[in-house]
Design a protein around this ligand. Structure first.
Ligand SMILES: [Fe+2]
Ligand SMILES: [Fe+2]
Length: 303
């Protein structure tokens, strides 16, 4: 353990930050479709030089819609996971109980926030964008794994969210202010989740046998593979949404180039940024140096 995370400090930070969905979206606060939604490092549309600037922005916004939907999807399994985890330890450490319930409450709020943004997107974009799911199936698959395996996957998700904001959004003046506000407010609360999930992973690993730890790393890889299959399917949906929205006739090679760029961008966004996050790797390396090596060997495929 090389950190000073505690349930008490995470709870105190969370109580200072607390924002409401209504403060962030609705009324005068609307998406500006004249601006990109996603930072270039995640959207990765600029290299598609056969697209006009407007078309690149449309594809960027389709990636923004996918981001809203993808977080809606993963938070649907994080919420019950945290509730179940908290349920098993409702006595003992009062700060732990309160911090875990706060964590769950924030994820429920994020599900609501991402839904509200999707409604605004759908009202303003003008075309329907398909998305993988349903969330119920994803939740059932992910939660069929051991608590430690799922906790490692969630730790990945929390760190990747922080990285998205810090590396691509924080100092970016080009993005739609409303979408940027969503990413900022999400980051503010996810900053506590990274710490709480690190504590959860450490506690579960401490109680686990070596065999259970090896199994958890295998499960993390299985959950990653499952998400990657979803990413492949979502890539096709995104390209189709682009064609519908722009009425552009893509040649075979242009469609292939767009499919490759979207797949690469999605893999980096949801898999690469988490698997290579130094803090994520430090925590998993302390549990299992071998497990960390396996993740490092997988990562280049998603970077
Ligand atoms: Fe969240
Ligand atoms: Fe979170």
């Amino acid at each position: 353990m090389q950190h000073n995370y505690s349930y008490q400090a995470a709870l105190a930070a969370s109580e200072r930050i607390g924002w409401r969905v209504e403060d962030i979206i609705g009324g005068e606060k609307r998406l500006d479709f004249a601006k990109p939604f996603m930072p270039g490092s995640l959207a990765q549309v600029k290299q598609l030089s056969f697209l006009t600037t407007d078309e690149q922005r449309t594809l960027n916004q389709i990636r923004g819609h996918e981001y809203l939907a993808m977080f809606g999807l993963v938070e649907e399994f994080i919420l019950p996971y945290v509730v179940d985890h908290a349920r098993s330890q409702l006595s003992g450490d009062d700060y732990r109980v309160r911090a875990l319930l706060q964590f769950a409450g924030e994820e429920a709020k994020h599900i609501h926030l991402f839904k509200r943004f999707r409604q605004e997107f759908e009202a303003g974009f003008g075309n329907k964008c398909d998305f993988i799911g349903p969330a119920e199936d994803v939740k059932r698959f992910v939660l069929s794994h051991s608590p430690l395996g799922v906790a490692i996957a969630i730790l990945h998700i929390e760190w990747m969210t922080l990285r998205h904001y810090i590396e691509g959004v924080k100092d970016n003046q080009d993005l739609d202010p409303q979408f940027k506000s969503l990413l900022k407010h999400h980051w503010l609360e996810e900053s506590q989740h990274t710490k709480l999930d690190t504590l959860i992973v450490e506690a579960l690993a401490e109680a686990a046998t070596e065999k259970e730890i090896d199994q958890a790393f295998q499960e993390y890889a299985d959950i990653g593979g499952f998400l990657d299959n979803g990413i492949k399917q979502q890539t096709e949906f995104n390209v189709e949404s682009f064609v519908q929205a722009t009425r552009r006739n893509l040649s075979k090679s242009e469609r292939e180039a767009m499919t490759a760029a979207v797949l690469k961008g999605m893999r980096w966004t949801y898999l690469g940024t988490g698997m290579t996050h130094p803090n994520f790797l430090t925590t998993v390396g302390q549990i299992s140096p071998e497990g960390k090596k396996q993740i490092e060997a997988m990562a280049p495929m998603f970077c």
